[in-house]
Design a binder for this molecule. Structure first.
Ligand code: ADP
Ligand code: MG
Length: 349
């Protein structure tokens, strides 16, 4: 055997994004209809008058969800929503989905019906059609892979690599709540495992629970952009935390950014829960994940188009690449923003 073949590199040494870059470096398009391949929230395919956008995600039991506290109906709903979020992040409208599942014999027909109840609820809510998928068995655990297909107008598709110096950075909704919802669920799980007689106390934390277990994608924002004739200069959905997403935009656009800490929206419930966990609420907003909000940039001439829109916050500015990606704190300090989001390759799993 040649030395080349015996070489073994640990996947953790590259990290998730490094590994994707490494594996996809040879994915050069052969077809002129491939407008955008790997590297954005969704691929973009020329389709005559319109473009088709395609995004896919795989959810793995024990990595992305814990069956101990995830109701199957919510899981079905969330699996769809997280994919639709990637389509909206392209400023496109999702139309169809396919759903593939791998199931161990632990799951009954009734349990899978529940999963599909959630899937159909999301289809109805977001007006998308389930048009196919695949079903197979797994040795252990549940796997759900969803592909979402959407439609957009070529000139209005928003990429990650088109932010310009001077653009304003905008964030929808609020950040960190889903992460704190997860911390809360994990805490209650530990308490339950130690003493099954203690019932989880989550009554007052409805909002944080919902943000984690039943997130929504920002369909409303895309509709508002269209109504206000706003086309962001770049956009990404916030699935891995603000730091990680602004880093993607900056890296791909060849620019830097300054985020104003005071402009990062945090829900009061998230603020309170962070303090209970002795976590910094801003760190939760920057590095927590699964908010499924939108991070986008706009030309400063378009500021009037977002200024009076509800639930959009201007949180910074795109700057020259050599200025890096920075956080301007409320106290007046400037820090480098860490680029990491979720680490999926946990060696203990
Ligand atoms: P998102 O968080 O928006 O779902 P990802 O970080 O998962 O995006 O993926 C970034 C890009 O890399 C996307 O264009 C995605 O399609 C592509 N990608 C991820 N994994 C693979 C893979 N194993 N093979 C080919 N492309 C991949
Ligand atoms: Mg995305």
């Amino acid at each position: 055997m040649s030395e080349e073949k015996t070489k073994r590199t640990d996947v953790n040494s590259l990290g998730e994004f490094g590994l994707i870059d490494h594996l996809t470096r040879m994915a050069v398009p052969n077809n002129p209809s491939t407008i955008k391949g790997v590297g954005d929230d969704a691929a973009v395919i020329d389709n005559g008058d319109k473009v088709t956008v395609v995004s896919t995600d795989l959810l793995v039991e024990g990595i992305h969800f814990d069956m101990m506290y995830t109701p199957l109906k919510h899981l079905g709903y969330k699996a769809i929503v997280v994919n639709l979020s990637d389509i909206y992040a392209m400023n496109a409208v999702p139309k169809q989905i396919t759903v593939s599942i791998a199931i161990s014999n632990r799951f009954s027909v009734e349990a899978l019906e529940e999963l599909y109840e959630g899937i159909y609820t999301a289809c109805k809510q977001y007006k998308v059609d389930l048009v196919g998928g695949d079903t197979t068995s797994s040795l252990k655990g549940l796997f759900i892979s969803v592909t979402a297909i959407g439609e957009g107008e070529k000139e209005k598709i928003t990429y990650r690599n088109t932010a310009k110096i001077g653009d304003l950075i905008c964030i929808t909704g609020n950040l960190g709540a889903a992460y704190l919802g997860l911390q809360l669920l994990e805490r209650e799980k530990q308490i339950y495992l130690e003493n099954p007689n203690i019932q989880p106390d989550l009554e007052d934390q409805q909002y944080l629970m919902e943000r984690q277990l039943k997130p929504e994608a920002r369909k409303d924002m895309i509709e508002m952009f269209a109504k206000n004739q706003l086309v962001p200069t770049s956009m990404i959905d916030i699935s891995d935390g603000l730091s990680s997403e602004i880093y993607h935009i900056c890296k791909q656009s060849g620019v830097g950014a300054v985020i104003e800490e005071s402009g990062v929206p945090i829900h009061p419930d998230a603020q309170m829960m962070a303090l209970q966990f002795q976590l910094d609420p801003v760190t939760c907003a920057l590095s927590g994940g699964e908010d499924y909000e939108l991070l986008f940039t706009i030309d400063p001439n378009d500021v009037e188009k977002v200024k009076y829109l509800p639930d959009i916050y201007i949180a910074g500015e795109i700057v020259d690449k050599k200025e890096g990606v920075k956080l301007h704190t409320k106290g007046g300090n400037i820090h480098d923003l860490p680029a990491q989001g979720w680490v999926h390759f946990d060696p203990n799993k």
